[in-house]
Design a protein around this ligand. Sequence first.
Ligand SMILES: Nc1nc2c(ncn2[C@@H]2O[C@H](COP(=O)(O)OP(=O)(O)OP(=O)(O)O)[C@@H](O)[C@H]2O)c(=O)[nH]1
Ligand SMILES: [Mg+2]
Length: 312
Amino acid sequence: MAIQWYPGHMHKASKEMTEALPQVNLLVEVLDARIPYSSSNPFIQTLCTDKPRIKLLTKLDLADPAITKQWQRYFEQQNNTKSMALDLLNTDPSGQIIDLINKLYPPQTERNTLAMVTGIPNVGKSTLINCLAGKHIANTGDEPAITKGQQRINLRNGIMLLDTPGILWPKIDHPNSSYRLATTGAIKDTAMSYKDVAYFAAEFCLAQYPKLLKNRFNLSELPQTETELLEIIGKQRGCLRGGNRIDFERASTIFINELRDGKLGQMTLETPEVIDIEIQQVAVMKAEKEEREKHRLEEKAARKRKTKANRR
Ligand SMILES: Nc1nc2c(ncn2[C@@H]2O[C@H](COP(=O)(O)OP(=O)(O)OP(=O)(O)O)[C@@H](O)[C@H]2O)c(=O)[nH]1
Ligand SMILES: [Mg+2]
């Protein structure tokens, strides 16, 4: 089942972002380099499409380098858009980002350039702002929904930044996207089941990154199933319950946290090719749902007609 997380503060933040738009000159959209498609909020895509946009792929250090290059090429083809990949924990790309902002929106003498920093929760927006400001201004943390309200930061170089809370959208269409968001840490723990997410991530890793699994968990043979993999992890990490049974919930939490922290190695969960495939799958799912609903309503109407006829 798909995971959905859209608490009230995100709805409020989306409204406040729309209200701030008239003053905004440029959009800095922060995406997670491990899930550049699933971390693209469709609501943010509709914001000021006529204004220049910088797509920054953060957590470069955790992503598969070859796939990051594919994504950068993909984003550079988009109108009025520049893209850059960043490792904000180990490098300081502030000079390059400021140059990019000034290139896309040349500085005006009479007023600061207002750049709105947007993105999903936990993607690194506040870390980016602290990096650009050269000091700790915005609170950061390794969990979603740290920033709860907008904040303006004057960089004193002609650029004003607008930090915004991480937002998701009311309905994530494809279950894969919600699982990828949960795998990378954009969904609050209380809105997901680690076990469900671990099954999704295990299936993905077994298919796409078998070598990383073998290395991390010292496996000579690759397990055949997700359950087998989680059993091995559970045994190795001492996740046992009474009767020596595996505690799958604990094994799943450990697996997901190690994956998020990059302990398995650099991984990207989707390539640009996934987009068209999953858009088509969503269209099929929607058509099937409509068909089921039509059928349900027809049956309901038939039942009503029958009851009426019986009463006569
Ligand atoms: N490995 C890695 N971690 C990063 C990078 N950038 C940010 N982080 C970490 O990601 C976590 C979230 O960072 P924040 O800056 O708080 O994210 P945010 O987008 O402001 O999150 P919200 O305010 O909750 O929406 C923190 O633990 C950061 O240290 C990066 O490039 N690489
Ligand atoms: Mg923040």
